[in-house]
Design a protein around this ligand. Structure first.
Ligand code: BGC
Length: 569
């Protein structure tokens, strides 16, 4: 595999609205991010992904862009962004922007023109079809609930919106539109960003038959995914996009694409793939509070392990997934993977060890490093996210009571991950000096960055996790080493090795609240990381033998070489 500069990235995702306010309007902004760069450097990450900061009416918190060329004044200016890029670079970090090109906002001037003349130049920029007075062109359901079509005034025309009604889908079949998008992408790359996280890109191609499908819910609609996700023919667009933009800048591209079949992984993220990397989503619909896993967190973690390991094997030698546990679209990982009463330093600190040393690019999400969690709201109106609100309506339609629907929202809403960042125990957690746009978690007085800048804290443990991932003695094995699962017969251990010439590194985690013993002996040369290091565990040592692990114990190890590996030398 050819080495690339971006193989060494360790990312940190920023949700700008909730990161740091600098101008006392209760909304996070770019100067606020600059103010916190030293702390990010201290954490050890070297790539920052910013969720969208373009001009937007914020119906979907920035994923609805009304001007691709401008920074929304709520976040600052183009000058602020340039300064952020410069100051991040000076600290060894590169900045990724979010690229939202499946749809725009309905406030975008293109769409405003399309409304006036659906058959005109700008009408052709969007997916617009004729229905009839009360009947949309088909019964596809939007990914955020309700019909995916919206009638244009009193006309027979409907526009497609796979996401909220304020996010009309762009018509990628139109070359003129594609040219406009490529120009815009190149303009941002000229500014010196390191690349893009690419939003919802698997939806840019639609199946043209636009037929009605059998209803799959009480709303009479059909989820229709296969007609608008990774549709045959999308490859042409993806190749063109890459060649006309990203490739010219050798930038890093990280795409939001799920369910890529194994036989297409190479086309997507192989050496000449459309992107550098895609997120590995295989764990993300697991939530112990919800649905099939209700309360069964041990079985769930074992299932996640099996999926992650299978995905690692599929990817071996092909390319790089981006491994993550949290983002702005899902509840915080402690709440997803662990019951509240099981959340403690040991259980929270074993979580990053589960994924940081897998093959791929590791990514953190703001607040993950201090163990931020969600908190239950008492009224649905306390949520600001339209998708959350639509889900709530859907649950009522499914027959749930208001209380049941709200409980489910509290257990699953992505807005739980969007509460303001908790920097200190000052008023509003140091995020702002006025009431934030979205209420801060009441636990900020104890759970905050300032309180955790000391030995023994969760954040300090995250710092060690990152430092070990980037440690020059081991980094090449983490990046290029082969992946070998271990201890798979156990339902409470997460064990694997990463091997490369002359080096065997391993991860061994007990994801359970009960002690565990390995089935096989492990020949340990050195313990590189241990979340129990501050305690006398006597549970393991260096040398050869079975390993006894404490509840939630997470170990990263260097192993003795066996004969086979010696021969590589
Ligand atoms: C983003 C979401 C957003 C959606 C529509 C996604 O996948 O991550 O936050 O709502 O795209 O743009």
């Amino acid at each position: 595999m050819r080495e690339k500069w971006w193989h060494r990235l360790v990312g940190y995702q920023i949700y700008p609205k909730s990161f740091q306010d600098s101008n006392s309007d209760g909304i996070g902004d770019i100067p606020g991010i600059i103010r916190r760069l030293d702390l990010l450097q201290e954490l050890g990450v070297n790539m920052l992904w910013l969720c969208p900061v373009y001009k937007s009416p914020m119906m979907d918190h920035g994923y609805d862009i009304s001007d691709y060329t401008k920074i929304d004044p709520m976040f600052g200016s183009r000058e602020d962004l340039k300064r952020l890029i410069r100051e991040a670079n000076e600290r060894g970090m590169t900045v990724l922007m979010d690229l939202v090109i499946n749809h725009t906002s309905d406030q975008h001037p293109w769409f405003q023109e399309a409304r006036k003349d659906p058959e005109g130049k700008y009408g052709k920029y969007y997916v617009i079809r004729k229905g009839s007075k009360d009947t949309p062109p088909n019964n596809w359901r939007s990914l955020f609930g309700g019909s995916a079509w919206e009638r244009m005034g009193e006309s027979d025309y409907y526009y497609l919106h796979l996401f909220t009604v304020g996010q009309p889908d762009l018509n990628w079949e139109n070359e003129e539109l594609r040219e406009e998008l490529y120009r815009m992408v190149n303009d941002w790359l000229e500014l010196g960003i390191g690349g893009f996280r690419i939003d919802a890109i698997s939806h840019i191609k639609k199946d043209f038959s636009y037929r009605n499908l059998p209803a799959d819910g009480p709303d009479g609609l059909h989820a229709g995914m296969r007609w608008f996700r990774n549709v045959e023919g999308i490859e042409t667009f993806l190749n063109e996009l890459k060649q006309r933009t990203f490739q010219k800048y050798d930038c890093f591209t990280l795409a939001e694409v799920d369910d890529i079949p194994e036989d297409r992984l190479n086309a997507y993220i192989g050496e000449d793939g459309y992107y550098c990397s895609v997120f590995d989503f295989c764990h993300c619909f697991h939530n112990q509070q919800d649905g099939v896993w209700k309360g069964r967190w041990k079985e769930m973690l074992a299932d996640i392990r099996d999926r992650v390991f299978a995905r690692q094997a599929e990817m071996e030698g092909k390319g790089f997934f981006c491994n993550y546990q949290e983002n702005h679209d899902m509840i915080r990982v402690p709440d997803r993977f662990l019951p509240k009463e099981k959340q403690n330093f040991y259980s929270l600190s074993m979580l990053p060890v589960l994924y940081f040393y897998l093959a791929g690019i590791p990514m953190l999400y703001q607040g993950q490093e201090i163990g931020m969690t969600g908190y239950p709201r008492e009224r649905i109106e306390e949520y600001a996210d339209l998708a959350t609100y639509n889900n709530y309506q859907g649950y009522l339609l499914d027959g749930m009571s208001e209380k049941e629907a709200l409980d489910k929202i509290n257990a699953t809403s992505r807005e739980n991950a969007r509460t303001p960042m908790q920097w200190s125990s000052e008023a509003f957690g140091g995020f702002s000096d006025v009431e934030p746009w979205f209420p801060i978690h009441p636990d900020y007085e104890v759970c905050n960055v300032e309180a955790q800048r000391m030995p023994g804290s969760l954040r300090e443990f995250f710092r060690k996790v990152v430092a070990l991932r980037r440690n020059g003695t081991y980094e090449d094995t983490w990046i290029y080493g082969s992946f070998c699962p271990r201890e798979q017969e156990s339902r409470q251990l997460w064990g694997f090795e990463r091997r490369r010439e002359g080096q065997r590194l391993a991860v061994l985690v007990n994801f359970s609240d009960e002690p565990a013993v390995t089935a096989k002996p492990w020949n340990i040369r050195k313990v590189l990381l241990d979340n129990y290091e501050a305690r006398e565990t006597a549970a393991r040592g260096e040398g050869c033998g079975v390993v006894v692990l404490q509840p939630w114990q997470a170990l990263v190890l260097e192993l003795e070489l066996d004969h086979e590996l010696h021969s590589f030398k």
